[in-house]
Design a binder for this molecule. Structure first.
Ligand code: SF4
Length: 327
């Protein structure tokens, strides 16, 4: 190779992205792994994975654009709340935008044809390409022999016969390559993104349905049990001391509930308007449910943030009623 071409590697920290990076480096390319961070996918593991193969990861935050996209992804969601096709499209577009600044000639990704049901089918790969303006600059080294040539191949920057033809869900060839490259630590494929988690997705869907998709409310999803009491009210109850502390720090204009006579979990209510008496009673009854010291009935202090200047006495909610409210 005369000129040393430089590529961005869209890097998730999973084994396939690690293999694509090492593979291209071995062929003589300058590779810069890049990670697009969102509240749903932290860069922490990807940073470690990049270090493991001797690279410093470039982390680029795309939260604002990602949240906008989440409200109405053009290609919809996968099994959970994962809009993988649009998400890949966004990452490619962002990578394309950063190319000039970083003196990058083309992009690579560790996608494998036919491996994942949604984002990596051949038609989906093309759909991602159409979303992005950088379709023609993308090379997928692990499957490139099987998919349409892009500019780096047509121009001879990347030789097609040096690329691979991995496809399907089998991991055998990837394991062999990992061994050959001395990669001993890697995450499970697809791991790391909260949007693929069923429990998290339920809570997130509730936020989107109630028009609460912003950073503050997303932070609350990190801990506790979540309940939808009615269209106006959502309640979060800490599972342990750490949760209670975390919730306490996040409160800015929430109504906090706590059992009066015995220590117990914190209940935090988020509501669009002032609570009616029956709504206060419902929240108090729910917080009593998670206090094992209360048998039937108890007193609950409550108030805006931590000024627990009000008190209500009510009965503990029945388990079957609690279940109906759980998100
Ligand atoms: S798994 Fe998560 S980060 Fe990956 S493409 Fe899908 S939505 Fe985006």
């Amino acid at each position: 190779m005369d000129k040393k071409y430089k590529c961005f590697a869209l890097f998730s920290g999973g084994l396939d992205s690690m293999l694509a990076v090492v593979f291209m480096r071995k062929l003589g390319y300058e590779v810069q792994p890049i990670f697009f961070e969102t509240p749903f996918f932290s860069s922490k593991n990807a940073v470690k994975a990049a270090e493991h193969i001797g690279f410093k990861l470039l982390v680029h935050d795309v939260t604002t654009d990602h949240l906008k996209m989440m409200k109405n992804p053009r290609y919809g969601f996968g099994k959970n709340m994962n809009p993988c096709i649009d998400c890949h499209g966004l990452m490619f577009r962002e990578a394309g935008r950063l190319m000039e600044e970083h003196n990058v000639d083309f992009l690579i990704s560790g996608e494998v044809l036919g491996q994942r049901p949604m984002s990596q089918r051949k038609d989906a790969l093309n759909a991602v390409g159409k979303l992005s303006e950088v379709k023609d600059l993308l090379v997928r080294p692990l499957s490139q022999k099987l998919i349409t040539d892009t500019l780096p191949i047509r121009e001879g920057w990347v030789k097609k016969d040096e690329m691979l033809d991995i496809q399907g869900r089998g991991r055998h060839r990837q394991m062999e390559m990992a061994k050959e490259y001395g990669i001993t630590e890697y995450q499970n494929p697809g791991g790391g993104c909260l949007l693929t988690d069923i429990g998290y997705s339920r809570k997130l869907k509730d936020l989107i349905q109630h028009d609460l998709l912003d950073l503050k409310y997303l932070n609350f999803l990190k801990v506790g049990r979540h309940f939808r009491l009615n269209e106006n009210m959502k309640m979060i109850i800490g599972r342990n001391n750490d949760d209670n502390e975390f919730l306490g720090k996040l409160c800015t204009d929430e109504i906090v509930f706590q059992t009066a006579d015995f220590p117990g979990p914190l209940g935090v209510v988020q509501s669009r308007w002032d609570l009616k008496t029956e709504e206060i009673e419902m929240a108090a009854s729910l917080v009593l449910r998670y206090n094992s010291k209360i048998k039937e009935q108890g007193k609950v202090n409550y108030g805006l943030n931590f000024s627990l200047e009000n008190q209500i006495e009510t009965v503990k909610m029945k388990p079957k009623d609690v279940e109906k409210l759980l998100i």
